[in-house]
Design a protein around this ligand. Sequence first.
Ligand code: AMP
Ligand code: MG
Length: 399
Amino acid sequence: MTEVAEAEALILARMPSWPSIRTATGASRGRVLREVIVAERDQPPFDRVTMDGIAISCADWSGGLRRFESIGTQAAGAPASTLTGPGQCVEIMTGAVCPAGADTIIPVERLRREPGSTIIVDETPIDRGQCIHPRGSDRRQGDRLLEAGIRIGATEIAVIASAGYADVAVAALPRVAMISTGDELVGPREPLAPYQIRSTNDFSIEASLALAGLAEVTCARLRDDETALTRAVAALHDDHDALIVSGGVSMGQFDFVPAVLERLGAELVFHRVEQRPGRPLLFAISRDAKPIFALPGNPVSALVCLTRYVIPALRHAAGLQADPMERAVLTDSVTRSGRLTYFLPVKLGWDEQGTETAEPRATNTSGDFVSLAGTDGFVELPKGRKHDPKGTVARVFRW
Ligand code: AMP
Ligand code: MG
């Protein structure tokens, strides 16, 4: 049987890299950047005034001048005006270009207006260059502003827009088919026999992938019928970049997924991992080199396997830089068999020192998905230990 770290490495080694596409900058939020963003101009592109007031020459003020002749008004978006002689000022607005001959801004709060002149009313010292954000002081033209492999969020999209990109290269979103298998599964609003259950994995898995912005998901619900399953999986495979199957991957008489994948010529990279929950996990590569994740149907197992393996795999295929490993301190001790790596749902928080904490929220069984609501994810507790005392530092995976 495969170890957790080995399973992860086998998956990452076999994942394809999704192609890059260009998308309008305004639609690029949440996507993975696939090009370096380069500064179009110096940033700021000119000596930018940062307060409403007057622009003067500091030398005038140092020479004792307090009364200035206003030679005009300059708003943001207007070309720079010019001070042509001593004692002059320009009425200036935030965002305007600093006028030629001026090097200092006096804010309106310090001014009094008289017809034809403006007076500085206090003797608070001024600094040459005050209230001016100098050209190129943030970045220079041609500087690399963003590197490929980051997620485009609110701050990054501003940088892309600032550099004049109308569209930007991002990782294409893979089309993923989420296939729920099981004769017992029924959708919402459909009539329900006492021996049937509502299907939940399609909803949770689609939600997880969509919230992570990692895939365009199509859901299908199939019966435990080997021939029908083979046909449907083959068709879904042809129309998608990756498959996620839930259920039918264990040892039961109606668990046809491994056989179906083999019949379709897929290479089973591994089947069963030394972990709990989620032991029956299977990873395969189709004849067309598409990844296939077959997750056990138990809702807790399915979501744990999705979060532990599928999400990192899709991040990798999108070219997303790896996040630093998140860790938290257990707020309670945990006792377990120690034979397998154990994934334990937790509620995350912080203690008074600012250390991240993980409060164990064990589920009743791996079918107890109701207890997962309100948890933040799970911790990974390595095999070989029967007891993890309170204070143990554990790796965290968020849903
Ligand atoms: P299986 O992996 O097919 O043996 O299923 C294991 C358990 O998970 C069974 O109790 C199934 O009824 C349940 N299960 C399988 N698929 C789903 C699903 N899509 N939604 C909710 N429960 C499921
Ligand atoms: Mg089943």
